[in-house]
Design a protein around this ligand. Structure first.
Ligand SMILES: [Zn+2]
Length: 294
């Protein structure tokens, strides 16, 4: 598959590809802003050094459209956008409680969006390609993962999504000390495993709070999110909850929000597994605490 070919089916993509963040989502932010982009916890400046931008960046990914027999963009619409859009609006715009199949459609939309947003071939109109080695925001799935997702309508195994709510002006929250979890790159003789990674995407809410989604790819690794254990993060994938009420979700302060990306230690460590094995959840021995990040 050449660079620029459809990430789902390998068909040539003639134009620049498709928007990872759908147009209707942009309208949601009409006149809002300014926007600041964070990669690996650091604000990304424009050429003039300013980190604030008037508009939201477009993020493009090579996905084939109506000119291709596979029309993978049409498949994304049918499979994720149609069911997810009303739920995303209900939750992010109206702060409405959703339940059952609504939560499932919402969770699938968020997984799909973060998966494509963090794809190594995604091009952000403000910051270009994210650098896999340094950003900590790119998910590099095994080559067969997206074609398999296209043919089965199922997400790859060992993808986990959590949601947290942050109030930047909220009262200080006392978080306990956590052990950071090691997230190595694991490999098994059967070809299982791959490059682990985590990515986050935040959206502003009409009540002045932020919602933060964290998607982690942890192939053949069992992980426990300490924020979920303490009630500060809700697992949305796999096994979404039976109902979701964003207005009633526990709220982290700004330091707690920054700590959300710090419980995982990613990058570089390779582990070889025996046939049939998974890597057990294992602390790094490095503790961190949200308050010490202030
Ligand atoms: Zn395609």
């Amino acid at each position: 598959m050449a660079k620029g070919d459809c990430v789902f089916c390998g068909s040539p993509v003639s134009s620049q590809g498709e928007h990872v963040l759908p147009r209707w989502l942009f309208k949601r932010w009409g006149g809002q802003g300014p926007f600041t982009y964070y990669v690996g916890g650091k604000a990304i400046p424009k050429r003039n050094g300013d980190t604030q931008r008037d508009g939201l960046a477009r993020v493009m990914l090579p996905v084939c459209g109506i000119n291709s027999p596979a029309n993978c963009n049409g498949w994304l619409d049918r499979t994720f956008e149609h069911a997810g859009k009303p739920q995303v609006r209900a939750v992010l715009d109206d702060l409405r409680r959703i339940e059952g199949a609504e939560v499932l459609a919402f969770a699938r939309w968020v997984v799909k969006t973060l998966l494509l947003h963090a794809h190594p071939l995604a091009v952000n109109s403000e910051i270009g390609h994210l650098d896999i080695a340094t950003s900590g925001s790119v998910l590099e799935l095994p080559g067969a993962a997206l074609p398999t997702m296209r043919s089965t309508d199922r997400f790859p195994d060992d993808l986990s999504l959590w949601m947290s709510v942050i109030d930047p002006d909220g009262a200080a929250v006392a978080l306990p000390e956590f052990d950071r979890q090691l997230l190595p790159d694991v490999h098994r003789p059967d070809g299982g495993g791959g490059r682990s990674g985590a990515t986050t995407l935040g959206f502003s809410l009409p009540n002045g709070r932020m919602v933060s989604f964290q998607l982690v790819f942890h192939p053949l690794i069992d992980i426990v999110n300490p924020f979920e254990s303490l009630g500060w993060a809700t697992r949305l994938w796999p096994n979404p909850p039976s109902d979701l009420d964003i207005a009633d979700h526990p709220v982290l302060d700004a330091a707690g929000g920054r700590a959300l990306t710090k419980w995982l230690a990613t990058g570089g460590i390779g582990i070889g597994l025996q046939p049939g094995e998974r890597w057990p959840n294992r602390p790094t021995g490095q503790a961190f605490r949200a308050v010490s990040e202030r």
